[in-house]
Design a protein around this ligand. Structure first.
Ligand code: HEM
Length: 471
């Protein structure tokens, strides 16, 4: 890989000549008003420069336009940590209706709901992804990680393009060898999908995900969802009278899988319809793959590029928590969330008429220097980040704040706890397996100077080539 990555990115975006690539961390000069205040041209948001180097532009917004009325994209951008948390907590004033982008593909999900209706839907499955239920699922997460990594030793030279041995070293592309599929396998397992349906499950997942992206792939996404619903219908009917269970490593049942739980759940005295069960499943499937994949790859990339911090983690396994949270603060896999204001509001002197589209930029909140010191620095020991138990209320005490990668408040990601377990458990097992791992930098994308590693920008790492000693 090389700098062609950015060349291609620039060619796929408009305005490349207008917004040239800048040194990382430095914004292109878009001019200033008579008082010297920097101007902000919203076309930058569609440029390859912004994808690669977003943070200096978010800083301009935070410092000079904390609520930016973007007439080009017909929305308002909110970029400061404090404002975003306030809006997330105010579920009535800033609601998620009508998001709409997922309907048809994910079905009628709670993403489009607010208030009581949202809480009711969310509790149906959310309770199975936290607390004691989650603890019961940890052995299954461990087993799945072990199985996937075990497979590496069965591969002979040339068997797969992404695992190769050379003398005493093994080369692995961590995405294809682990991170792309691991979160999907976990979701499949905790939901209780039959093993034989798993290959088909990846097809449903991939099609639904690309279906959310654009009109061409939308049809395939809707078809995949329909296909999934047809398949689930049979399972739901069966599980209503014969529930299935998850098992520990000794083969003892540890609790019903989520599909079986959903099948027996009653709302207002009536069991959920197949459509309702399917929508819940489609949402869990949709939420749980790409996000955790990105988190695992970003974690390993950032950590290995900071060898002193990696050394500390090797000596103290408990630091994986810090790695997970600092990675999500520094380079999350989700940029932000849309909201619509129910009433006319005024924020920072900007009048926002009711019903406007407001983009809450979690990326920017996580890099708000009002909260996090020197925010572009990756530092698992930073004192201003809270890395404790995940709380729906968020955390803000004694100079420590939670990051915003899972949102906060009523819509806080219900998969936060399980993705945390996946990333930590998976990484601990990976660390045991890989002796002396290093990034094979000559296979990784380079920055525009052809030398430095490409910045992550607003995209997660797509491929991570690692080399380690074969013991
Ligand atoms: C590192 C991994 C993950 C990240 C960064 C992430 C991030 C997010 C964010 C930012 C939201 C939206 C919150 C809002 O609208 O305010 C969300 C919602 C959601 N996530 Fe995640 N997520 C991750 C993993 C997962 C996993 C593993 C699952 C499922 C097993 C999941 C399922 C969901 C669902 C169902 C919602 C909708 C919640 C609602 O509207 O109440 N996510 N996630």
């Amino acid at each position: 890989m090389n700098t062609d990555f950015f060349k291609q990115l620039a060619e796929s975006k408009e305005g490349a000549e207008k917004f040239p690539f800048m040194p990382e961390g430095q914004a292109f000069d878009m001019g200033a008003d008579v008082d010297g205040k920097p101007l902000f041209d919203p076309r930058i948001l569609d440029s390859a420069e912004f994808f690669r180097n977003p943070y200096p532009y978010y800083r301009i917004l935070r410092d000079h336009y904390p609520v930016f009325h973007d007439r080009l994209h017909n929305c308002y951008w909110v970029t400061r940590y404090e404002d975003i948390t306030d809006c997330y907590f105010d579920d009535e004033g800033f609601n998620t209706i009508p998001k709409g982008s997922s309907s048809g593909v994910l079905g009628n999900t709670q993403l489009e709901l607010s208030g009581v209706e949202h809480r009711r839907r969310r509790n149906l499955y959310g309770q199975h992804l936290v607390g004691k239920s989650l603890l019961l699922r940890i052995p299954a997460i461990e087993r799945l990680a072990e199985e996937m990594i075990e497979d590496w030793s069965r591969l002979a030279l040339g068997d797969e393009p992404y695992v190769n041995d050379t003398e005493s070293k093994r080369l692995v592309e961590l995405g294809r060898a682990f991170a792309n599929e691991f979160p999907i396998r976990v979701v499949c397992e905790v939901l209780g999908f039959p093993k034989e349906a798993q290959p088909q499950f990846y097809y449903w997942y991939n099609s639904m995900m690309s279906g959310l992206g654009g009109s061409e792939t939308h049809r395939v996404g809707v078809e995949a969802r329909q296909d999934l619903e047809d398949y689930i219908q049979g399972i739901v009917e069966e599980r209503r009278h014969s529930p299935t269970y998850l098992y520990d490593s000794a083969g003892n049942p540890i609790g019903k899988d989520i599909i079986s739980k959903l099948c027996e759940t009653k709302v207002d005295g009536a069991v959920l319809s197949t459509e309702e069960v399917t929508s819940n499943i489609a949402l869990i499937v949709g939420g749980g793959g790409e996000t955790t994949r990105g988190a695992i790859l970003n974690m390993w990339t950032l950590l290995l590029r900071h060898p002193d911090q990696f050394l500390a983690v090797q000596k103290d396994n408990s630091l994986w928590d810090n790695v997970f949270h600092e990675t999500l603060r520094h380079s999350s896999s989700i940029g932000g969330q849309p909201r619509h204001n129910t009433f006319d509001v005024e924020m920072h002197g900007v009048k926002i008429p009711a019903g406007s589209l407001i983009q809450m930029v979690d990326f920017s909140a996580n890099h708000d220097e009002r909260i996090f010191d020197d925010p572009e620095r990756f530092d698992i020991f930073r004192q201003d980040l809270y890395s404790g138990k995940l709380l729906r209320s968020g955390y803000r005490k004694e100079g420590r704040c939670s990051h915003m990668a899972f949102g906060v408040g009523p819509h806080l990601c219900p998969g936060a706890w399980i993705s945390h377990q996946e990333a930590i458990v998976g990484s601990e097992i990976l660390l045991k397996k890989m002796q002396n791992p290093k990034i094979k930098e000559d296979l990784m994308p380079r920055d525009i100077d052809g030398n430095k590693p490409a910045p992550m920008g607003i995209t997660s790492v797509r491929e991570l080539w690692l080399e380690f000693d074969i013991s």
